[in-house]
Design a protein around this ligand. Structure first.
Ligand code: AMP
Ligand code: MG
Length: 270
């Protein structure tokens, strides 16, 4: 479900050019007010999630993608904080196992999609199969090329069965990534997050940018839109994500289920 008024929406059928989106901007916002707004939005989100759960008509799938250090884990903390953890299911996608590689690329992903009433969050996703697989040459071009269509068909199937799909590309600048990687190197409590392989990906920044631009352009659809979220500043990132979640959930056709038939006539509890 897409909101044509969002400046961060990749309009279906148009070409996404990442250089046209400022990852560092404050977009006229002030940090203090921004944080206060997030607090209010998160209260509303909590109630909307309860409604989602109670009506069991829809599920919500939030897909997070972005370069290393773009804040995927931070957004998960942010989103889970707003919601009741009982109704949230987070799945991270790592290098596929042998069993996963013995299936089609959507097999492991489809299994992890949220059932009705539940909010699913993907930390990386089926998009890795047209990103790292493409840039690191893990499959021939003929294989990853046809995946864009497979992805659109898959997401359409999800949408048609009541899964609201939102996809966020966390857009950070190359300079901000340098700072965050340096922090991981300098802080002993962050050493575990530092992977030498992340430097290889950083060295291929332009190739990743091109791969992302294709994924964002080919796979932003009315039923599963991509949003490019400015992610250099964590509070700006969180605010825009909360706004889009609130906007999306509040536009769904949901109403509180009525009292069960047998309860009619009961006015006071004996
Ligand atoms: P992290 O998210 O930092 O825990 O790292 C997970 C790693 O798994 C990243 O380097 C991803 O690129 C990699 N990964 C995830 N999905 C795939 C995939 N389908 N094929 C190859 N590598 C993948
Ligand atoms: Mg990592």
């Amino acid at each position: 479900m897409s909101h044509p008024d969002s400046p961060f929406l990749v309009r279906p059928g148009t070409r996404a050019v990442l250089a046209d989106f400022d990852p560092h901007g404050k977009y006229g916002l002030k940090k203090k007010e921004g944080k206060a707004e997030v607090k209010e939005l998160n209260k509303e989100l909590n109630k909307l999630q309860e409604l989602l759960y109670a009506t069991r008509k829809y599920s919500l799938l939030v897909v997070l993608q972005g370069m290393d250090t773009s804040g995927k884990d931070g957004v998960i903390k942010h989103v889970v904080e707003a919601f009741n953890p009982q109704g949230v299911c987070v799945t991270g996608f790592k290098v596929p196992t042998e069993e996963e590689l013995d299936h089609d690329f959507l097999w492991r992903v489809h299994k992890a999609t949220p059932r009705k009433g539940i909010v699913g969050v993907f930390n990386r996703s089926h998009y890795e199969d047209v990103l790292v697989v493409r840039v690191a040459n893990l499959a021939p071009e003929a294989v990853w090329r046809r995946r864009y269509e497979a992805i659109n068909a898959f997401e359409r199937t999800l949408a048609e069965s009541g899964t609201v799909v939102l996809k966020f590309y966390l857009h950070i600048s190359k300079e901000r990534q340098r700072e965050r990687l340096q922090d991981r190197l300098d802080d002993p409590t962050e050493h575990w997050k530092f992977k030498v392989g992340d430097l290889d990906a950083r060295a291929q920044w332009d190739a990743y940018t091109a791969a992302y631009e294709d994924a964002l352009s080919f796979c932003s659809t009315p039923y599963a839109p991509w949003y490019i979220i400015p992610a250099d500043r964590k509070w700006v990132r969180n605010l825009f994500i909360s706004r889009i979640l609130q906007d999306t959930l509040s536009s769904l056709d949901m109403a509180w289920p009525p009292l069960e038939e047998e309860a009619h006539g009961i006015e006071t509890i004996p």
